[in-house]
Every structure is written in structure tokens, then in C-alpha cells.
Design a protein around this ligand. Structure first.
Ligand code: URA
Length: 195
């Protein structure tokens, strides 16, 4: 809270508040990110908008027909998600971009509510271990029963869960996640939704 209030004082034109989910509630696909980036969603108010992670995410979504091609990293760029909604496990930018357990737990009811508000939901992509674990708990299961791994798939409560390494600049710069690895996850999601 102090962190956010200080940020508000520093630049009152930034969003600096909980970032709402983006995309229609009627979607069959939900993507769960980690938390708003300081200069990304925390500045612009739209998930994955304004930092590197969004460049890779929205290009990939467009490639697999989950978004139009209008992404220009501005909330008024005309970007539309298709059959897809994006949310974050943590709703406010955390200090040092590293959310602590208490914050993740405090935000989990919002994740549960997001899931419950999606009547057609079939597939969920968890970006990174924190999103994966919070999602598993939100679905009433124990993370120890469902290991996180890039490309791992789980079936919980009728939902198909797809794990991916987070599309952060760090992960792509270090080669932990390549665009091809990321695309493979969304190719699997597309195949699942075609059934
Ligand atoms: N921006 C978001 O909204 N979420 C992330 O996980 C990373 C960047």
C-alpha cells in the first residue's frame, strides 16, 4: 500500500492501482500472469501492456487467433482478445516486482472470482510457477499434486491447465523461454479448443 501510494505521488498519470482483467468473460481461454509490471500494466492499466512481456504474449496470441493484430502497447491501440481473457495472480505491482506469499494469498479471491465468472472456460494458461500454484489453490487443489513445468498439462475440475515459463524479458534473454517454446504451448491450447 505504501509502495503504491508513493508511486501515485511520483506520477499521478500512471494507473498505480489494481489492474482489471482484460478480454471477454465469455472466453474459453484464461491466461494467468504474475503481476502488473511497474512500467507496464501498472502504468497503462491493461495487463501486459507497456513492457516486453506483452510484446511476446500478444504477438503469440495473434499468431494463434486469440487476438487481433492491433497491439501497440497502449490501452487505446484497438487490441481485442478473441475467446481469451487475461488476468494476473497478483493485481497490484509488487515492490521489486517480487510478490510475497501474503500478497499472492490476498489476491487469490480475485482469481477465484475471475474463474467463476467465466461460464465457458475450458483452458487456462499459467505463466510461471507463482501463477500456476495460485491457480491450483484457487481451484481447491494442492500444488504438491500438480507439478509446474514448461509444457506440463493438468486436468482439474474439467479445466485443461497448460503451464508455460513466464514470457518475461529475463526468461527470453537467458534463453529459458524461446518464442518457439511459447508458441508450442498456444498450439496445444488451440488444438484442445478445436476438440
Ligand atoms: N504484465 C502483466 O500484466 N503481468 C505479468 O505477469 C507481467 C507483465
Amino acid at each position: 500500500m505504501d509502495f503504491r501510494q508513493a508511486a501515485r505521488k511520483r506520477d499521478s498519470s500512471w494507473h498505480n492501482a489494481p489492474v482489471p482483467s482484460f478480454g471477454p468473460n465469455s472466453a474459453r481461454l484464461l491466461i494467468v500472469g504474475l503481476a502488473p509490471g511497474l512500467q507496464g500494466a501498472n502504468r497503462t492499466g491493461r495487463p501486459f501492456t507497456g513492457d516486453y512481456a506483452g510484446d511476446l504474449l500478444y504477438a503469440t496470441l495473434n499468431k494463434f487467433g486469440f487476438a487481433n493484430a492491433r497491439f501497440e502497447a497502449r490501452p487505446d491501440d484497438g487490441l481485442e482478445l478473441i475467446d481469451t481473457r487475461i488476468t494476473n495472480a497478483v493485481r497490484c505491482v509488487p515492490p521489486e516486482n517480487k510478490p510475497v506469499g501474503a500478497e499472492i494469498a490476498a489476491c487469490r479471491p480475485f482469481l477465484s472470482a475471475t474463474i467463476k465468472a467465466m461460464p465457458n472456460l475450458r483452458a487456462v494458461v499459467a505463466l510461471g510457477r507463482i501463477a500456476h500454484e495460485s491457480l491450483i489453490v484457487a481451484l481447491g487443489e494442492r500444488p504438491s499434486r500438480y507439478g509446474f513445468g514448461h509444457g506440463a498439462r493438468h486436468q482439474i475440475e474439467g479445466y485443461s491447465i497448460f503451464d508455460s515459463y513466464h514470457c518475461s524479458r529475463y526468461n527470453t534473454n537467458t534463453g529459458r523461454l524461446t518464442p518457439q517454446m511459447f508458441e508450442a504451448v498456444f498450439a496445444s491450447v488451440r488444438a484442445e479448443l478445436a476438440t
